[in-house]
Design a protein around this ligand. Sequence first.
Ligand code: NAD
Length: 418
Amino acid sequence: MKRSSLKIRNGKVAVVGLGNVGLLVARLCASRGYKTKGLDNKRSIVDEVNTTKIENLRATLKPSEALVDANIAVVCVPTTIDKKNRPDLEALKNALLQVSNFMRRGTLVIVESTVPIGAIKEIALPILERSGLRCGADFYLAYCPERVDIGSKNWPLRKIPRVLGTIDPISAKKATQFYASILDSEIVKLGSIKTVELAKLLENSFRELNIAFINELSWVTPRMGASLNEAIKGASTKPFGFMPFFPGPGVGGDCIPTSTLFLLHGLSRAGGSSGLLSLSRSINTRSTLRVIKLVEESMDELGKSPESSVITLLGLSYKESVRDTTGSPALVICDELVRKGYRVKLFDPHVKELSTTKSLEDSVMGSDCVVLTIQRKEFQKLNADYLQRMKVKSIVDCRRQLDGQSLVTRGLIYKSIE
Ligand SMILES: NC(=O)c1ccc[n+]([C@@H]2O[C@H](COP(=O)([O-])OP(=O)(O)OC[C@H]3O[C@@H](n4cnc5c(N)ncnc54)[C@H](O)[C@@H]3O)[C@@H](O)[C@H]2O)c1
């Protein structure tokens, strides 16, 4: 069927929250011919979108302007955890209240934010029904968690299959029609909203568990005389039943830790727990602190105290394909090194606002220890010749980006996360 025949007639979309997810959703809707308005409470984001001049897309700070004409509202605001590791859904509640204030008969509301199990029915639905309208009769509600892999070229938003859940069949039909009109992928309706909530949390906590397993192995395998990285590559040649995860300096971003803690919260509400998942969270946190241990070992070998040492952290975002520094292991490592008395220089060509030096050369020149937290093509020039020229004394390579053997041969101290 041609997509133009799938487009909801007179469909006008409001996307609430124009961050990593919402902006991509808004752009996609606009590119599919929907008159789209994006609502965000940050002026800088609204100005940036409007300056870019994207056909069919306008951004605004005013809920009335975004929502008054809309018959499809897609909510993409942040959901997170508080200091006590409990779900913090304040942004979601506020966004839904705004939608509820302007909702009219026939509006389709879709939540794409990640939520704890039970949140759509227990929290979102009552807020929307404050409008006086009833779900399934006057307005429609679906939960369709976002799966975008920011920065990935292989998986643009439109190609990623989606799961969705609704309370009533008309909402399911309308939401499926909407997604069919913007995506080139499968849309799978699951039996209940809670099952969709669980599916999203499973996807992310699966990664938490597997990363923790590999990180924990990496603490021991160097003592076994085996290469974990090579073993993972070897195991990956099995065409079924194995998926590669590589060791690193811990897990950053909001998605994985938040989903893990949402799932643990849900299990605890149901009178259960998952020791395995809790342990995985703590192993991944400890993996970040292990990088500091490697720096300290290097400085001990050089006979240098923290106060007399200069450490350079290269790579500040939480993964290579993004600029986002939310929960980035590099920032945790920086705070801890500073707390211990080290002088720390920061550099990331893609995160200029947090870099304390202007160039790679400035950041590494004379450094006692260069810590590479993520892979970046700009860091590939850090070979033995370059590092010797820059008078660098030691390297901690968290992603095994460099040829360690050649550095050791030239007298540099080289430590890596196996
Ligand atoms: N980033 C990812 O890769 C990713 C992937 C899948 C799912 N998710 C989930 O999607 C949701 C959004 O994530 P994100 O990374 O886009 O967050 P983000 O922090 O990048 O963006 C959220 C935006 O919402 C705005 N906002 C907050 N409250 C608002 C309100 N009441 N009205 C209007 N705007 C408001 C903020 O100003 C911000 O610009 C989260 O639940 C996240 O877990 C994120």
